[in-house]
Design a binder for this molecule. Structure first.
Ligand code: ZN
Length: 240
């Protein structure tokens, strides 16, 4: 039954448009944040002084550019290839769509927490995750600097969770995929947004998430493993 429901997603133009818009937004966010970081106008927003990586420019781009291509291929392949088992276009109540999107993000957040902790286990760390941690002070573009294995594992885990929780409505997937992908870029931005409204920080939540991930990269390798919310780290006593 689910494979029949899922096949409808492929025939749905708004679904393809949504995927395209999310990819475009990710491109705009990564380029925009990278430009902001390097523009003198926003230097005051930097979390700390730059820490140059100990890799050549050629080595750096030979990581992030193939990863950009791999990420696009793997993500597109996973979204479309697995859609008969993960996504549906069946009429679904709005509250159920919200619940599905929220549910996947919560399950993913806890699952990724354990994957990330596993990456930091001494025996595994040099094999995969060490590459991403060559970045001590990340900028938006450094969100791509990682082992291809880590990239595939991250996307694979998200799709596994969608499959386990799902099939979910494609709108729920579009919403959670937008949050998942842009947040991954934002928490690596290296900047805190100082905007205030009525004396309160407008981007307080985002700034806290960025700061937590910044600490993880800088020197707190045993803390702040989760990628979406601080909840798994708070539950398991690894929040910093
Ligand atoms: Zn890590």
């Amino acid at each position: 039954m689910s494979s029949l429901m899922g096949s409808a997603v492929i025939d749905l133009v708004p679904f393809h448009v949504a995927v395209g818009v999310i990819y475009a937004l990710n491109g705009i966010v990564i380029l925009g944040l990278a430009w902001m970081f390097h523009s003198p106008r926003f230097h005051a927003w930097h979390i700390r002084a730059p820490m140059p990586m100990r890799v050549t420019k050629a080595q750096y781009y030979w990581n992030i550019l193939p990863n950009l291509a791999l990420s696009t291929v793997v993500t597109t392949g996973a979204i479309y290839g697995l859609s008969p088992w993960t996504l549906t276009a069946e009429p679904t109540a709005w509250w159920m769509i919200l619940l599905q999107g929220f549910g996947v993000l919560v399950v993913y957040d806890f699952s990724y927490y354990f994957l990330h902790r596993l990456f930091h286990v001494k025996a595994f760390y040099p094999l995969v995750h060490l590459v991403h941690h060559r970045v001590r002070f990340p900028r938006a573009q450094d969100s791509l600097y990682q082992s291809p294995i880590e990239l595939i594992a991250g996307v694979g885990l998200l799709m596994l969770v969608v499959w386990v929780v799902g099939p979910i409505h494609w709108v729920a997937f579009a919403g959670l995929f937008l949050i998942y992908s842009t947040l991954h870029i934002f928490i690596h931005s290296g900047m805190l947004f100082p905007h205030k409204l009525f004396g309160r920080e407008v981007f307080w939540v985002l700034n806290q998430l960025t700061l937590k991930h910044h600490k993880h990269h800088l020197n707190k390798h045993g803390h702040n493993f989760a990628g979406v919310t601080p909840i798994p780290d708070l539950v398991f006593g690894t929040a910093a």
